[in-house]
Design a protein around this ligand. Sequence first.
Ligand SMILES: Nc1ncnc2c1ncn2[C@@H]1O[C@H](COP(=O)(O)OP(=O)(O)OP(=O)(O)O)[C@@H](O)[C@H]1O
Ligand SMILES: O=P(O)(O)OC[C@H]1O[C@H](OP(=O)(O)OP(=O)(O)O)[C@H](O)[C@@H]1O
Length: 310
Amino acid sequence: MGPQLNLAADADALDGRLLFAIPKKGRLHDKCLELLAGADIQFRRHHRLDVCLVKNHNIALVFLPAADIPSFVGKGNVDLGITGQDVILEAQMDKHVTEVLKLGFGKCALQVQVPEAGPIKSVDDLAGKRVVTSFEVLAAQYFKDVDARLQRADSQQTRIEYVGGSVEAACSLGLADGIVDLVESGDTMRAAGLHAIATLLQTEAVLIKSSTPKHLTLEPLIKVITSRIAGVVAAGRYVVCEYNIHRKDLAEATSVTPGRRAATISPLDEEGWVAVSVMVEKSKIADAMDELVKIGAQDIMIFNLDNCRV
Ligand SMILES: Nc1ncnc2c1ncn2[C@@H]1O[C@H](COP(=O)(O)OP(=O)(O)OP(=O)(O)O)[C@@H](O)[C@H]1O
Ligand SMILES: O=P(O)(O)OC[C@H]1O[C@H](OP(=O)(O)OP(=O)(O)O)[C@H](O)[C@@H]1O
């Protein structure tokens, strides 16, 4: 059993530790736990406790709602955090936090949506009507600009109303003429009979630290954790590709798989042939293999990476 923290009885246990905020539930939670495991940040979270000590580092994890993490980091109450770029902007903390690393998950778009079958076809049609959202700051900024461009009178400005969840139900319940909400696959939007007419922003999960850190002595530990997490993220993004190729075709083959810095080329125990080993982005590997086969590569093998440092 790892060290546990009873905050009321043992607040001193946090002294000097790097506080690292992790979304306590929702879309980002499981991916964050995978990152922590990949970075060998060991902890055991006690039932119902939102703070726990890390066994093998001078760190305490703080489990918070994703939307609260930007303020905690921005105000320096915690040193490091993972959350979405969308909630950083919504909390107006973008000047107070520094984005250390993009994490490659939690990717979605914040979009204006209206009923597909209804009369509203554009943002200009929606201006002056009712918009329901959990992103009231970003929606208000966006429609303020729209209203200004359309020179709408003060009494005819777009009305933004906050709801905490199930935003997609607002139009069919008669609460709104349009909504501003996150879209990933579009399934929720389509199931609610809505379609997107504008995009406010694209977002993904990021590792952030305070722009004005309170504990400068923790900077070296922040660097180590950042480098470990960057390694886990890169390991998920790349595969190792190995193949054999005749030396005459080597230049063409390595133009398809140039590697991150350069390809590793080793001689084979057969005149004129070499083995190539390179890192290739996962999203490009199928096309790269097709090309390599055309060029004459043989024995092409792909390996997943458990971890790496790049
Ligand atoms: N459909 C999605 N696809 C990818 N990322 C998403 C999606 N929905 C939300 N996110 C990202 O995850 C963050 C947290 O959203 P989520 O709705 O999971 O949080 P929550 O409100 O804390 O949890 P819950 O919805 O369980 O109450 C968002 O700010 C956004 O960055
Ligand atoms: O385009 P999709 O892939 O359907 O994803 C979009 C949905 O995901 C998020 O909600 P989530 O499911 O996390 O639940 P919530 O409504 O409780 O926030 C978001 O608020 C949308 O409703």
